[in-house]
Ligand binder design. Structure first.
Ligand SMILES: Cc1cc2nc3c(=O)[nH]c(=O)nc-3n(C[C@H](O)[C@H](O)[C@H](O)COP(=O)(O)OP(=O)(O)OC[C@H]3O[C@@H](n4cnc5c(N)ncnc54)[C@H](O)[C@@H]3O)c2cc1C
Length: 509
């Protein structure tokens, strides 16, 4: 679509300048005269939340060092040539419903550091077997018009949320257990959202398109769709589609981390990769350490340095289901039956609301459904940097029981083939990642759980434990900022931003 990539927007592997790996200096701070003696802040982990915390504190004048265990920075925002030369795949995040309008990202000059959000014509299409589809468009009115008999119901439910999304984002993307700044607006989300998604799709909507659209978004929670609050999670994804959109990052989601890192460097912060922190003794001298790690991992690293009750609740956090991911290099665009699907960033594949609810319930029971709910993203349709001319990449995953060892490639491809006959004939190569592979790649994904801990029970509001100070650990020198804290998973940087604000405010530990 006329997009010319900036020449300096390259993949992380090519950006060693951003990450001083300190070859042969695993304990670099102990042996070099070129390193500073003490840091105000050390951040462990360079995912979007770690980098957001680092940027916030560096901007507040603190000296900041980020330590990353992986060879490349970025955590969930990396882009790599996973299949064939010339094909660039997002390793984790691909589409960013909460990233484009993130209150944290929006306040920083990330564009100057190479981040450019690209929008598809349509954020999301959810095709059904008869060729019809639930279509989530940028325009609320056009979305409602496309939902026929459910148009008025959709407008009544979504209109107030969409209109008030900036205020809602402030409430929804902060710590949940606090006095809300916009109680009336939040109550709207609460009232509509507390109802289980199955009930809304069955009783509130009449058409299968509207029901499926809601159910597919609710399934991002990894919860059975008959649980309270699953509708709230769906609405919190759908409302920004009508405001800031569901953008992808030009060049790949690695551009998000590259921009955060570029800004961090401008502010004087530094990063070292290939540096896994296993104990607090691995840290250079510092005043405050902020962990972009899984809560249970922090409990193990910090040991007796944090109070026993906190350690136990971190270590005992329930895991969410896992994911099984496939990336494809394709000989051309996916041959969707539904014409709108060609224009969408994301395509939800799983049929009706009832079918999706059944598949997700199976996963939570510890079984792999025959026909899983599949989330697919097609960045190459608006970003020519992702694949050679005329070719395409496709990104997709389904939910599986935590730690599942079953190969889901066939089941995922069958779901795509169901809505895009001929898809398999286009496959040039594929890269498959099991839950085990995901955990090996990033310790924040134990058993393939990409949610930072289950949202079941109080998991949505009591992250990582029941406390008004979710980023604190009981030790004023140790803080948590990963997706294990509010508002949870997704690329928005708000866990890191909130944690850094708590550090700056000196919130009681
Ligand atoms: C397959 C998949 C698809 C996804 N799709 C999307 C999507 O489309 N849109 C979206 O918004 N979100 C998506 N997500 C979720 C999103 O990527 C995460 O929620 C987000 O990256 C979490 O950010 P974080 O900073 O908390 O942690 P992470 O991004 O996981 O980063 C944590 C970093 O810390 C490092 N680390 C951990 N422990 C240590 C240690 N002890 N020492 C040193 N370093 C350590 C890790 O190596 C990693 O780099 C997806 C995730 C996955 C896995």
């Amino acid at each position: 679509m006329g997009f010319t990539p900036k020449p300096d927007l390259t993949l992380y592997q090519e950006r060693r300048d951003l990450c001083d790996n300190g070859a042969g200096r695993a304990h670099w701070w102990r042996d070099g005269a070129d390193v500073r003696e003490r840091w105000d802040v050390v951040v462990v982990g360079s995912g979007p939340n770690g980098l957001a915390a680092a940027v916030t504190l560096a901007a507040a004048g603190r000296s900041v060092l980020v330590l990353e265990g992986n060879a490349t920075p970025g955590g969930g925002t990396r882009t790599e040539a996973l299949t064939l030369p010339g094909f660039r795949h997002d390793v984790c995040s691909a589409v960013h419903p909460l990233g484009g309008g993130s209150p944290a990202f929006s306040r920083w000059p990330l564009e100057r550091h190479g981040l450019r959000w690209l929008h598809h014509d349509i954020p999301l299409v959810h095709p059904l077997d008869d060729g019809r589809a639930g279509v989530l468009r940028h325009s609320l009115d056009e979305t409602a018009a496309g939902l026929g008999a459910d148009g008025d119901a959709y407008r009544a439910m979504m209109g107030p949320l969409s209109d008030n999304w900036p205020k809602l984002a402030d409430a929804f993307l902060g710590p949940m257990l606090r006095v809300p700044r916009h109680p009336v607006v939040l109550a709207r989300l609460g009232l509509a959202g507390i109802t289980p998604a199955t009930m809304v799709s069955d009783r509130y909507f009449a058409t299968p398109e509207a029901g499926a659209l809601l159910a597919g978004n609710a399934a991002h929670s990894f919860l059975p769709l008959n649980r309270p609050l699953t509708t709230a999670l769906a609405l919190a994804l759908m409302a920004p589609a009508h405001q800031s959109g569901w953008p992808i990052a030009a060049g790949g989601s690695a551009a998000i981390s590259a921009a955060l890192l570029g800004y961090l460097h401008e502010l004087g912060g530094e990063i070292r990769c290939d540096t896994t922190v296993r104990t607090l003794g691995d840290l250079p001298p510092h005043d405050v350490a902020i962990f972009d790690t899984d809560a249970a991992a922090l409990a193990a690293i910090a040991g007796a340095a944090i109070p026993r009750r906190v350690r136990r609740s971190f270590a005992g956090r329930r895991r969410g289901p896992g994911v099984f991911k496939v990336d494809w290099a394709l000989d051309g665009p996916v041959p969707w039956t539904n014409p709108d699907a060609h224009l969408a960033s994301t395509v939800h594949l799983g049929g009706t609301a009832a079918e999706i609810a059944a598949a997700e319930a199976e996963v939570v029971r510890g079984r792999n459904p025959a026909r899983p709910f599949v989330l697919a993203a097609q960045p190459a349709t608006v970003d020519p940097t992702r694949a050679p001319a005329g070719k395409a990449v496709l990104w997709g995953y389904c939910h599986v029981p935590n730690g599942s060892t079953e190969d889901r490639t066939d089941a995922i491809e069958a779901q795509i083939e169901r809505f895009a006959p001929g898809f398999r004939d286009l496959i040039l190569a594929r890269a498959v990642r099991s839950p085990h592979d995901l955990a090996a790649d990033n310790p924040n994904h134990p058993g393939g759980d990409i949610t930072g801990g289950s949202l079941a029970g109080l998991g949505l509001i009591a992250r990582p434990r029941l406390t008004p100070h979710p980023y604190a650990t009981g030790n004023p020198g140790i803080w948590l900022c990963s997706a294990s804290t509010p508002p949870g998973a997704g690329v928005h940087g708000m866990c890191g931003w909130n944690a850094a604000q708590a550090v700056l405010a000196g919130t009681p530990a």
